[in-house]
Ligand binder design. Structure first.
Ligand code: SF4
Ligand code: SF4
Length: 314
């Protein structure tokens, strides 16, 4: 049962999150997300995880926060907008997904989550809790729905009816009860299927799951092998990630630019020409993408993508 002190603490936590510049904060009761288990198993069994074996392992752990924080009672979910109208200026250059314009979002969000945890510990000394940003087996999108942020669109990404879908999800699991938000029950997609129809590779399944074997975001970031021949002409210049399904979504039509200085596009990247990209040296790569999510892709595979999309476009 939620008490008035749980309510007060929940309000203070949310206020702290907003003070730190987070755009969304909701709280869900911790529970095993059993209804997600079969969907996940079916998706992996169909090979849609594109060889990402870690997604097949420990599914029972991935659906249950108790494995990450023993005695877990509450899941605090935060959202940080990364949308920007600022973009690469030169025409027909290799395209980066917006989420890698600035420095690594893991670091930016983790700092904010740890400050929230510190704040909570200052009020409730005995708590156990941990922060997570894309780092542990955790179903972030499902928790964002549980915390009332919005629904998973047909492209599987969570859509919030105020800020759209260009936001990162960060999570804190706590062993204390709080005042909970209601899970989102609506689905604002209606009859729309723009993301399915306009995905360059047909990677979005009718059931709202993504075939990672065809998804440009996976093929240009996670995939270690060659990009399939039939996908290359469909890359559309994308060398790291793909924003297409979010760009065409009506819920992002009025998306506002983020207010996080760390996510700004550096001028050097903004004005790079195709020639600059093709001639990028290892030293330049290390300097330009230091502390960027691209840093983990490494120079050779990244340059392989640059060469492939440039040739495909010429
Ligand atoms: S990220 Fe790109 S390739 Fe992947 S589902 Fe969305 S539109 Fe399709
Ligand atoms: S493009 Fe349409 S179908 Fe796809 S997520 Fe947005 S509203 Fe839903």
């Amino acid at each position: 049962m939620t008490t008035s002190s749980d309510k007060t603490l929940s309000v203070l936590i949310k206020q702290k999150a907003y003070d730190l510049g987070l755009d969304l904060c909701g709280i869900a009761p911790s529970r095993p997300l059993l209804e997600r288990e079969n969907v996940l198993r079916k998706w992996c069994a169909g090979g849609m995880n594109s060889g990402m074996i870690y997604l097949e392992k420990n599914i029972e752990k991935r659906i249950n926060p108790e494995f990450l924080v023993p005695g877990a009672k509450s899941v605090i979910v935060t959202g940080l907008n990364y949308y920007t109208n600022d973009n690469q200026e030169e025409q027909d250059v290799p395209i980066l997904s917006r989420y890698v314009f600035g420095i690594n979002y893991h670091d930016v969000i983790m700092k904010k989550l740890d400050l929230i945890l510190e704040f909570i510990r200052g009020l409730e000394h005995e708590i156990e809790g941990r922060s997570f940003v894309d780092s542990e087996p955790l179903l972030e999108k499902a928790w964002a729905v549980e915390a009332g942020f919005g629904w998973q669109g047909r492209h599987s990404i969570v859509i919030n009816n105020k800020i759209g879908s260009f936001f990162f999800i960060g999570i804190i699991i706590l062993n204390i009860e709080l005042d909970y938000d209601k899970p989102c029950k609506e689905n604002g997609c209606g009859n729309c299927r723009l993301c399915i129809d306009l995905c360059p590779t047909g990677a979005i399944n009718e059931d709202g799951t993504i075939d990672a074997r065809k998804c440009i975001a996976n093929l240009t970031i996670e995939n270690r092998g060659p990009i399939p021949e039939d996908i290359i002409p469909k890359l559309g210049g994308r060398v790291y990630g793909c924003d297409r399904c979010q760009e065409v979504c009506p819920w992002n039509k009025n998306a506002k630019s983020h207010k996080t200085p760390e996510f700004e596009l550096p001028a050097e990247l903004k004005y790079m020409t195709t020639e600059d990209w093709l001639n990028l040296t290892r030293e330049q790569f290390d300097r330009l993408f230091k502390n960027s999510p691209i840093e983990r892709r490494k120079y050779e595979p990244f340059m392989r993508n640059v060469t492939i999309v440039t040739k495909a476009g010429s």
